[in-house]
Design a protein around this ligand. Structure first.
Ligand SMILES: [Zn+2]
Ligand SMILES: [Zn+2]
Length: 927
């Protein structure tokens, strides 16, 4: 028999050969629009992609079967730092100077080549997973058409007055020399615990022998200090300690070493305007080096209640602006010191920490130096420590459109729904203006041209560029190298040049809904009719990025929500709960898992897990193995059972038994529930229904019907089983595309593939609750009685006289119970409290027990010899004299079961005998 892997590979071949995916898109009028969030093609696919791909395949398969045309075009995110960093690493580049040295044009060419490097690996991985997607027509964010749509959007937003150029304090990577957005930093969890020296520095009050104590975890910023801030209403104290006089907030006296004496206490505001001597004098402006009021920013829960201000703090820049203090950027954009003590010029900012500490200590200007454990952000691309920097950048004014963004969020159906009013809404509420410019190379050029006279022109299409360019390029390309060369004519007569920045690549992925169809230059009618899309899915971190940027852009451009339904998954962690990491080897290769258990098992494991409601999942191979065992193999066994018994004619289903009625009712119920759950994007509940039904089908229906397949009732049983397998394969298809196909093809469904079938809708009328209730009671009594047998150590093969129950069963139910429990009678007695199993063995019962046991041994031997069901044998049997008469009465019983005409009793000495013992009686057979 083929392994799961082999059988799945065959089905993949079948789909490919017969173009089943393409066929599933044909002949349908209504669209169900699916948007694929573009992954970066910067590495091989991992579990995260596998998770996303699973849900991105399951939901479209469902809506396809419901009669919709669900196009699934693949997208590639091609631009931005991820690609640039790969190229830099490959070329051994250390910083931007290396790129400029090589030439931006060559560098971008190299990036373009690298983008497609992993495409093939992706395709084969996604295909093996069973995800249907159109790679041939995939969109790339670096395509000319795509980029033109981006320009169109940029100009629209510009014309609405929502783009401005300003300085804002942003997280900045001094190696990549570009700001990063908070979202980018938060998304990849770029904060790490580090232990670094922190310092309480002494700032001498001008003209006095008194010091203000200020604490910082970034000593290198002390070089550019311009002010100290206090909280106006907080209580500050002047203390004598170590023979010196210090000022700090009274809540933080614990920072002092040794004994101290409080000399005076006062409100923070009485310190305002106080001048102090700078540690490093870089400014001669009078306003610098004073105490200022920052009641919001200063806390009294850490440090000293006196905060040192420099250009490189998250809130400092706003204070510097507010108090009109000098802006000293003593560290350059390359992260190296450019202003300060001569001997340190050119040093890397992080290396300045220890220089500053030792130099200030020599001058007796440090109060305390300690190692401090805190979390610090690193560049998610190159792992360089970041710092805050007040950078000139272009922004989209999110604050102006926030109300509308919130309103459009109301229209989206979130799964799980708590994200809508919870995490996602909070992200919107807290969203800063969107920094859309990057000081990098490989991305869409920002279409802003400027003139020295102050005139600004924004271009929104290639045609418009042609009309305005002095030197329109021979080969049009909207990337930086080509666009940097293009000049426009200004009204004033001078040349306009392009602003050097490129666009944040999140702007591009956020624009995929319209840019992938080159809107509005092409497909305008289609887009207008099909926007918003119906469905997107990604993992939880995208609530900050892709989902958010999609919504922000569609609100500004169309004042609509971008998609109607969104499924948000959690994050897959390694089995130890840590991030999956190659160096820790804490996870198995996804391909190995697929080869071992199949894609179906892996998909079902994920779809049935709370990870589908945005919770994290510790990936467990055992979990996949369980699904393989409990769902895939059991279904395979049920199918094999059908194949074994498939010869025969179809029967009229008028003569259904209770068991038949029951399984058909359960099928209808399962189909009905699954339809409801799938409509709500709830794959967890769908998976539960499937598991329950698989169990009912195999451990009850098929098992209880085995005998029927041997007698006159066989045609009915077979026909019912076929109907069930057929219908169930259709219901299974979106969640388990392989095994469902295998079942459907094996039982010869009418269509070419189960995935070309129409979805089955069951009505409540088809569910027979009365029968289901009956069967629940039958199964309850059966399982209780089996436990009693177990307790008494009486095998099920040993028939017993009766069970007595206080539940009144009808004859059909009694029949099932008698067969299941191997008892001769089911008795009703309303007076008893619990089930009674009569365990007395009469000689007849004992004889039947022997007969059944012997028959079973022989059947097992037949199976071991791979004998076909219809193959006859000539049974030779040895039994003791004591058993002989017993067995003779059961000759027909045994013969029917093992396929022999009669029994030939033989002597023990017959050397061919297979010998065994039952209840210490020696028995032997051969055939
Ligand atoms: Zn970096
Ligand atoms: Zn001009």
């Amino acid at each position: 028999m083929a392994s799961t892997n082999e059988s799945e590979l065959e089905i993949l071949e079948f789909w490919k050969r017969n173009k089943v995916f393409e066929k599933s898109l044909k002949g349908k009028k209504k669209s169900y629009v699916f948007y694929d969030g573009p992954p970066f093609a910067t590495g091989l696919p991992h579990y995260g992609h596998l998770l996303a791909s699973t849900i991105k395949d399951t939901i479209p398969r469902f809506w396809t079967m419901k009669g919709y045309k669900v196009e699934r075009v693949w997208g590639w995110d091609c631009h931005g730092l991820p690609i640039e960093n790969i190229v830099e690493k490959k070329l051994g580049f250390k910083n931007k100077k290396d790129i400029e040295g090589m030439g931006v044009e060559k560098f971008c060419e190299e990036c373009e080549k690298t983008v497609t490097h992993y495409v093939h690996d992706w395709e084969s991985f996604i295909e093996r997973l069973g995800r249907w997607v159109d790679f041939d027509n995939s969109y790339k964010t670096m395509d000319l058409d795509y980029m033109e749509s981006i320009w169109w959007a940029f100009k629209e937003i510009w014309n609405k007055g929502l783009i401005y150029e300003g300085r804002k304090v942003l997280m900045y990577c001094p190696r990549c020399e570009t700001p990063l957005s908070n979202a980018e930093i938060a998304m990849d969890n770029s904060y790490r615990e580090v232990t670094e020296p922190s310092i309480i520095a002494k700032f001498k009050i001008t003209g006095k022998k008194e010091y203000l104590l200020a604490w910082t975890t970034t000593p290198w910023t002390l070089i550019g200090n311009v002010a100290l801030a206090v909280k106006s209403e907080a209580e500050y104290v002047k203390v004598k300690n170590n023979n010196e006089i210090y000022i700090l907030v009274s809540d933080r006296l614990s920072e002092l070493n040794g004994e101290y004496k409080i000399l005076e206490s006062f409100k923070g505001k009485s310190l305002f305007g106080l001048h102090y001597e700078p540690l490093y004098e870089l400014s001669s402006e009078k306003k610098a080096y004073q105490v200022i009021d920052d009641s919001e920013g200063v806390t009294t829960t850490d440090g000293t209640g006196i905060v040192h201000m420099a250009a490189y703090g998250e809130f400092d820049y706003s204070m510097i602006k507010k108090f009109d203090l000098p802006l000293i950027e003593h560290v350059g954009p390359d992260g190296k010191l450019r202003q300060g003590p001569k001997e340190w010029i050119g040093k890397w900012f992080k290396n300045l920490d220890k220089e500053v500490i030792s130099e200030l200590s020599k001058r007796n200007l440090t109060y305390k130096v300690q190692n401090n454990k805190h979390s610090y952000p690193f560049c998610c691309r190159c792992e360089t420590p970041l710092f805050y920097s007040p950078l000139p950048s272009y922004f989209i004014n999110i604050q102006k459109v926030k109300e509308k963004i919130l309103k459009n969020n109301e229209k989206i159906n979130w799964y799980p729904d708590h994200l809508k009013e919870g995490r996602f809404k909070n992200n919107i509420l807290n969203a800063p203006d969107w920094n859309i410019s990057r000081n990098r190379y490989w991305a869409s050029a920002i279409p802003i041209w400027k003139c020295s006279c102050g005139e600004i022109k924004v271009i929104g299409s290639i045609q418009e560029l042609k009309e305005n360019a002095l030197n329109f390029p021979k080969k049009i390309d909207l990337h930086k190298p080509t666009m940097d060369k293009v000049k426009l004519k200004c009204k004033c007569g001078k040349d306009m040049v392009r602003t050097p920045e490129v666009l944040d690549c999140w702007f591009e992925s956020g624009a995929m809904s319209f840019a992938q169809v080159h809107y509005p230059f092409e497909n305008k009618k289609w887009f207008d009719e099909n926007f918003p899309g119906d469905f997107v899915a990604e993992y939880i971190a995208q609530t900050r990025t892709w989902f958010y940027y999609m919504l922000a852009l569609s609100t500004i451009l169309f004042n609509k929500e971008p998609f109607k339904n969104v499924v948000t998954t959690g994050t897959i962690l390694a089995r130890d709960g840590e991030k999956m990491s190659k160096s820790k080897a804490n996870f198995s290769d996804p391909m190995e898992i697929i080869e071992k258990y199949g894609s179906d098992a892996l998909r079902f494991y994920l779809l049935s897990n709370p990870i589908m409601t945005a919770e994290d999942l510790k990936f467990s191979e055992k979990g996949v193995e369980d699904v393989h065992k409990k769902v895939i193999l059991i279904l395979t066994n049920a199918l094999n059972f059908y194949i074994l018994n498939s010869s025969g004619k179809e029967a009229d289903l008028k003569n259904k038994t209770l068991l038949d009625e029951w399984i058909l009712s359960r099928l209808a119920e399962t189909g009905y529930e699954i339809n409801n759950f799938m409509n709500k994007y709830d794959t967890i509940s769908t998976a539960k229904e499937i598991t329950k039904f698989v169990d009912d089908l195999s451990t009850w229906y098929v098992r209880r019907s085995r005998e029927r397949f041997n007698d006159g009732d066989a045609d009915v049983a077979r026909t019912v089983l076929k109907t069930v397998l057929h219908d169930f394969s259709i219901i299974l298809a979106p969640m388990l595309p392989f095994i469902s196909e295998k079942i459907y093809l094996t039982i010869q469904g009418k269509k070419e593939s189960v995935h070309l079938e129409e979805w089955l809708s069951f009505s409540k009328k088809e569910i027979n609750l009365e029968i289901q209730e009956k069967m629940i009671n039958v199964r309850r009594v059966a399982s209780e009685a089996l436990m009693l047998r177990d307790k008494e150590k009486i095998a099920v093969r040993q028939p017993l006289q009766s069970i007595t129950s206080n539940f009144k069963f009808d004859d059909e139910c009694k029949e099932i119970i008698m067969e299941e429990l191997n008892v001769k009678k089911v008795i009703f007695d309303s007076k008893i409290k619990e089930l009674i199993l009569d365990t007395k063995l009469t000689p007849e019962l004992e004889a039947e027990g022997f007969a059944r046991e012997i028959a079973r041994k022989i059947q097992a031997e037949r199976k071991a010899r791979n004998m076909k069901k219809e193959q006859r044998i000539e049974l030779k049997l040895f039994v003791s004299d004591k058993l002989h008469n017993m067995i003779v009465t059961y000759e027909e019983f045994i013969c029917k079961r093992v396929g022999s005409k009669k029994i030939k009793f033989v002597d023990e000495k017959n050397k061919n005998l297979v010998l065994f013992e039952i209840k210490e009686e020696k028995i032997g057979f051969h055939f």
